[in-house]
Design a protein around this ligand. Structure first.
Ligand code: SF4
Length: 1009
């Protein structure tokens, strides 16, 4: 049932209101009438309905209540006060709170004040409510504070400005003047009638305005939207329109009601796996609807609850090529220029925190203005400069880094590759220092004292210029202009209302709240597409399909109210949600379809369906259409088709870089391709050749460092260095290149003596302490890391565990560390056939242990890894994807042979030092390959023997030299492909999980080979 009222019994709006037929009813509405619609979206529907019936001539004015009041104000108020936006009012509220030491948590907000005013609440009324609640109770104190603050705010407005609610009060007071000074249409006709349509209820002030217009002789009508039918005769009506209509009736208005019933249509309610899945399914259904002849214009996606859906809808619709009627657009505060300017303020206010600097320097305009921006970030990540103590600390840390690099460069003078790497790092640190100095001029200068808004604005304008944001009329300039407009608005607000001086930080907070209020430059398009709407926007026209997302209890309805709201206008939220559901239920055309969806889980917890669904007056089917069934696989874009059909990857994706680069770059790449092969490059290539191309040829790698703790790699490297230094102390002569016989080799063997365990431990401790001191362990978990490394007398730390394990290993295997950090530059045979018979190998082996019993000399190759848990299996070695050990075994054998030592490969062992924070992963020695004659008894300790799986078990029965020859043949093929310059998007299983290049390789679109 829909109620209606008119101020005259012969109102021209009766046909419109009685029939409830927008198209037919508008026939009698003249061009000198105003039609007041609930939201901007209904303007189009009303205009369209009018045009269908009239076709020519001047249409009536169609506007929302806010615009209508503005029109009246412009007409009736002389020297009209400025209407402040809610965010401008919030700035003044902050001033009131600061001046009167009010609590910020009492719910004193502009949006609420406007609503209260519109419902006829005044500060005096709030005081009465405070008295009723007893002034000493918490509720009473909150209400009394609100009343006092509200009065102060009104004083602060003065005659110059007001909020929307008070503006309506001013208009209401001047409405009697309308008799002498009538409102006119653009063509000069007098306006003397207006009708408000499809409203769920009018606020107290709106009601008074309409009644005052009637007193001025206007023909006024109000058509209420249909209420939600009750489920039983005895149930109370839920809508507020009955009370509102009764009020008008008491003013002698004509009253009527139109009885209508909800048209028959299908209704479904389904739970889907996630919010994204809800949207995907809806998009799939919409595509299906269109395929079966439903016009996109008749389809709506309704988002009544969590606002997060709008972004998901926009993203997935773009990917699925589904046109939407709501334009995707970015609010001002999310524009890059705005975030850059805000970041510059944050840099200054928070003492140059790195995260602020990174945000600032990620803006492309800034990287153009500041030379060396990327070097600053690279050095900061590498050196763990987290900031917080100002630019001087940054310069000091970079200076320390520079000094360290200069020293290291001098020490490594004979090592060309190392020198070149250190030289590069030093140059980068020098550029970073210069960059920090340049950045200084771009960051606002923060005064220690409170300053005027004008001084704040001046400083921010200087920063805008220094950042190069306003230098030219580029595409960025409109955004910068809007930012500066906000700054002007803030300055004039502060000057007009004589706001007191504030700190720079407070000014930033005020100005930013006004930036946040500026919406997207385009919010609405009239293009053809599925409409993304709120429930109120569904009113005034029937839709053939309505998809309602997020019917989750707690989100729709979200009934949590502040105590102030609850006391001042009770149940306002509940009413709003019931009205939203009413709009949804009445929005569907006969024979149409209404679909409610919700995610079955949010944030890992199961959701409940909205309790509002229980009040639905329509039957909800339990059998959803096939496309909404969780059991059906649904594709909405090519990407999904790839998942379903899995054939896109069959297209030829081979990229030969030498064919696409220009001549100069081809020669650079050719040089790169000729470089000696290293195991790490080969392994990367086997993971995914395209990833190799991105990381090693294009050099797109990034540093990923946590400031909170050491990365496993850093921890491993540090411990590796400690152990290397410890062994170096046991092996005073280390001229490995001078070795020319087995006897000389024997002198290098390091045999740890169990009787000296305490001395070794003291030595290890002092080496580790010295490393920590020189490497400035300042990350958040540094103390915990130290405790875990050193342990206590009762619970040995990781370093002591390593020492005990090392001694046990020597006893068990009879192999002793002989070559530590051995640099190799040899050629190894990888396969017999051409074209790749020998492979140059250049690299460094962490450690080679040798055993010599007088008859046989064997060796074990070792490599240190951050962690070895569950990794480095023989199966991967056999397939050639883990090439390090086979290459090292052969390279070590060749190197020893070149030095007149005939030694047999015995095993390849990965070693880890354990992990100290996440889990207690103990130090481990894990055998990756071994000769079948290498047997370790179960009682032996210090080393773990592998448990090969079936295929590997047979392979492992062959002598290690034979195993290695087979694997090297496979590796030779891979190396040959790697040096051909062809890179295919062809990742191994799980390779993409740890790769950052998916946007470049577009593996999602292409599928995996
Ligand atoms: S994301 Fe996967 S396919 Fe793409 S480069 Fe990385 S590993 Fe290769």
């Amino acid at each position: 049932m829909a109620l209606w009222v008119t101020s005259r019994s012969d109102s021209t709006f009766r046909a419109l209101l009685e029939g409830g037929d927008l198209a037919g009813g508008l026939r009698d509405v003249s061009a000198s009438s105003i039609v007041i619609v609930p939201t901007r979206r209904q303007k189009e529907a009303v205009l369209r309905a009018w045009a269908l019936n009239h076709g020519t001539g001047e249409p009536p004015m169609i506007e929302t209540m806010a615009v209508f009041l503005r029109r009246m104000g412009d007409h009736l108020l002389f020297g009209a006060p400025t209407i402040l936006s809610e965010n401008e009012v919030d700035v003044l509220i902050r001033q009131v709170i600061a001046d009167s030491s009010m609590l910020t948590s009492i719910g004193f907000e502009a949006q609420k004040l406007v609503r209260w005013t519109q419902y006829g609440i005044t500060p005096d009324r709030v005081d009465e409510l405070a008295d009723l609640a007893h002034a000493q109770s918490r509720k009473g104190r909150i209400l009394a504070e609100i009343a006092a603050g509200w009065r102060k705010l009104i004083d602060l407005y003065g005659r110059l400005a007001c909020d929307r609610g008070r503006y309506e009060l001013e208009v209401l007071a001047r409405l009697p003047n309308l008799v002498k000074r009538p409102l006119r249409t653009p063509s000069g006709d007098e306006i003397s009638s207006c009708v408000m349509i499809a409203t769920h209820g009018v606020t107290t002030l709106d009601r008074d305005v309409l009644a005052a217009l009637a007193v001025c002789g206007w023909d006024v009508g109000v058509g209420f939207a249909d209420d939600l039918p009750t489920r039983s005769e005895t149930q109370d009506r839920i809508g507020v329109s009955v009370a509102d209509a009764a009020w008008f009736r008491a003013q002698d208005w004509t009253y009527g009601e139109t009885v209508r019933s909800i048209p028959p249509y299908e209704t479904f309610s389904v739970a889907l796996a996630s919010r994204e899945e809800e949207v995907r399914r809806c998009i799939a259904c919409i595509k299906d609807d269109v395929r079966h002849g439903t016009s996109l214009r008749d389809i709506a996606i309704c988002v009544p609850g969590a606002s997060v859906y709008r972004q998901i809808v926009e993203d997935l619709a773009r990917r699925a090529d589904l046109p939407l009627e709501a334009a995707s657009s970015i609010p001002l505060s999310a524009e890059p220029e705005a975030t850059a300017l805000r970041s510059a303020c944050d840099v200054a206010l928070r003492g140059w925190m790195r995260e602020d600097l990174e945000r600032l320097l990620s803006h492309k305009k800034i990287t153009k203005t500041i030379n060396n921006a990327l070097d600053i970030i690279a050095v900061a990540r590498q050196e763990r400069i987290t900031g917080g103590e100002g630019p001087a600390q940054w310069l000091h840390r970079i200076e320390v880094t520079l000094q360290r690099l200069v020293d290291a460069e001098a020490d490594a003078a004979d090592d060309a590759p190392e020198t070149s790497s250190l030289h590069y790092q030093r140059k980068r640190a020098e550029r970073a220092a210069a960059g920090v100095n340049d950045l200084h001029a771009m960051v606002p200068t923060v005064s220690a004292y409170a300053i005027r808004a004008g001084d704040f604005a001046e400083e921010l304008r200087r920063v805008v210029d220094a950042m190069g944001l306003s230098s030219t009329r580029t595409a960025d300039a409109p955004t910068t202009d809007r930012l500066l407009e906000c700054l002007d608005a803030y300055t004039s607000l502060a000057e007009r209302h004589q706001l007191s001086k504030l700190t720079f930080e407070e000014h930033v907070g005020n100005w930013w709240s006004m930036v946040q209020a500026v919406g997207p430059s385009i919010t609405f398009t009239s293009g053809v597409g599925a409409a993304v709407v709120s429930p109120a926007e569904l009113r005034c026209r029937p839709w053939k399909r309505v998809y309602v997302l997020g019917m989750v209890e707690g989100e729709f309805p979200r009934l949590h109210e502040h105590v102030a709201d609850r006391e001042i206008i009770p149940d306002v939220l509940e009413r709003m949600y019931v009205q939203a559901l009413t709009d949804i239920v009445w929005s569907v055309a006969e024979g149409g379809r209404l679909v409610f969806t919700r995610p079955s889980k949010t944030d890992g917890a199961a959701t409940l369906a909205s309790s509002l669904l229980d009040t639905l007056p329509v039957d909800v089917s339990v059998e959803p259409p096939e496309l909404l069934s969780a059991l059906t696989s649904v594709a909405i874009s090519k990407r999904d088709v790839r998942n379903v059909a899995a054939d896109a990857h069959r297209l030829d994706q081979t990229l030969n870089v030498t064919n696409i680069l220009d001549q100069e770059l081809v020669s650079v790449v050719q040089e790169e391709l000729k470089r000696p092969v290293s195991a790490s490059r080969l392994d990367l290539f086997s993971q995914c050749s395209y990833r190799y191309y991105a990381e090693r040829i294009l050099r797109l790698g990034s540093v990923d460092i946590s400031d909170a703790r050491l990365t496993p790699l850093e921890r491993g490297t540090m411990l590796h260095e400690v152990v290397a230094e410890f062994f170096a102390k046991q092996q005073p002569i280390r001229d490995y290149e001078a070795v020319s016989s087995l006897d000389q080799l024997r002198t290098l063997m390091i045999r740890l003596q169990p009787s000296m365990a305490d001395d070794y431990w003291d030595m290890l401790k002092s080496i580790a302490h010295e490393r920590m001191r020189t490497q400035e362990w300042t990350h958040a978990y540094a103390q915990i890391e130290q405790a875990m490394l050193f342990g206590t007398a009762q619970r040995p730390g990781l370093l002591r565990q390593w020492l005990y394990q090392e001694m046990a290993y020597q006893v068990s295997t009879k192999h002793y560390p002989t070559f530590l950090e051995l640099d190799l530059d040899v050629q190894i045979h990888v396969r017999r056939e051409q074209p790749f018979e020998v492979m140059p190998i250049r690299g460094r082996i962490d450690r080679i242990d040798v055993s010599d019993n007088g008859q046989q000399t064997t060796f074990i190759v070792n490599d240190y890894k951050p962690t070895v848990e569950g990794k480095y299996r023989l199966q991967e070695i056999m397939s050639g994807t883990l090439s390090q050990m086979p290459i090292y075994l052969e390279a070590a054998r060749v190197w020893l042979a070149n030095h007149n030592v005939d030694a047999e490969p015995w095993a390849a062992v990965y070693r880890s030092f354990g992990n100290s924070i996440h889990k207690t992963d103990e130090p481990q020695n894990r055998v990756a390959m071994k000769d079948p004659d290498f047997v370790i008894a179960k009682t032996d300790s210090g080393i773990k023997l592998p448990d090969w799986r079936t295929t590997a078990r047979e392979f492992a029965l062959k002598p290690l030299a034979e195993q290695n020859a087979e694997v090297l043949s496979v590796i030779g093929d891979i190396a040959h492909t790697m040096q051909s310059g062809e890179y295919v998007v062809k990742p191994l299983q799980k390779a993409c999980l740890t790769c950052d290049y998916h946007e470049l390789c577009r593996v999602d679109e292409w599928g995996t080979g």
